[in-house]
Design a protein around this ligand. Structure first.
Ligand SMILES: Nc1ncnc2c1ncn2[C@@H]1O[C@H](COP(=O)(O)OP(=O)(O)OP(=O)(O)O)[C@@H](O)[C@H]1O
Ligand SMILES: [Mg+2]
Length: 242
């Protein structure tokens, strides 16, 4: 379970997140949508420890990890799939997997399950076929799978996915959403930043519209699927034609 209370964060230019409350119970998907610059990546970076919050708390299964650096939040069970994937151009898929494998410490029973490279390849068989290819040889979809594999190899309790479907063809978007659902069913708490409210609603249990670093709207995934009017209004999108 991931729990954020009163989280503020920003840059020298000013505050971006203004006292955000948000929780993601284990085994669920909480989608965050919002316009460019709304603060979605700032939120993800603050939770992952790539930025320090100004105030507020980040709790993981009740443990306070606020302001801890990224290597510690990773060790505590927060996995990050960054926006833009960030795979290494010169490393092969196999090398990525080997370097990312971080089994939990012995006695750490907080993780929903333990991910080994072999298990990751069972979930993402395409990576096995590409094991000797370097980062630059991979397609966008394959790079996204590799970024996900890397995060899973830390056996996370919480997975932060920052626009994992950006630039992918519709069939791959569907595949990513199926994977997200599978991982939530495994017991992982998934925070999914999505570029599209319609896509986010497909697999989210809860949806938050981030508006200039504040909760503009929060609703059930089921509500968003049956009646997206409020969601579209919060995002100031034109209603979908009947
Ligand atoms: N490194 C930085 N230094 C200063 N300001 C930044 C930095 N990164 C982001 N910002 C600013 O913070 C605000 C929020 O940016 P953020 O990247 O969190 O938005 P986002 O919702 O992820 O947008 P996108 O949909 O484009 O990914 C924006 O106004 C942005 O210009
Ligand atoms: Mg972003």
């Amino acid at each position: 379970m991931l729990e954020l209370t009163g989280l503020t964060a920003g840059y020298h230019g000013g505050t971006v997140l203004h006292g955000l409350d948000l929780s993601v119970p284990a085994g669920t998907v909480h989608a965050v949508v919002g316009h460019n610059g709304a603060g979605k990546t700032t939120l993800v970076h603050t939770v992952a420890g790539l930025m320090r919050p100004g105030s507020g708390t980040v709790r993981l299964d009740g443990r306070d990890v606020t302001g801890q650096p990224a290597h510690r939040t990773a060790r505590a069970g927060i996995g990050l799939v960054p926006q833009g994937r960030r795979v290494f151009a010169n490393l092969s898929v196999a090398e990525h997997l080997r370097l990312s494998y971080r089994p939990p410490r012995r006695g750490d029973t907080t993780r929903p399950s333990v991910w080994t490279p072999a298990r990751v390849l069972e979930l993402l068989p395409r990576l096995g076929e590409r094991r000797n290819n370097r980062g630059t040889d991979l397609s966008g979809g394959e790079q996204q799978m590799l970024a996900l594999a890397r995060a899973l190899l830390g056996s996370p309790s919480v997975l932060l996915l920052d626009e994992p479907t950006e630039g992918l063809a519709p069939a791959l978007v569907r595949q990513v959403h199926e994977l997200v659902t599978t991982l939530a069913d495994e017991g992982i708490a998934v925070l999914l930043v999505s570029p599209s409210p319609a896509q986010a609603a497909e697999c989210a249990h809860t949806l938050t519209v981030l508006t200039s670093g504040r909760v503009g709207l929060r609703l059930d995934g089921a509500e968003a699927r049956t009646d997206p009017t409020a969601l579209h209004a919060a995002l100031e999108l034109a209603p979908t034609p009947a």
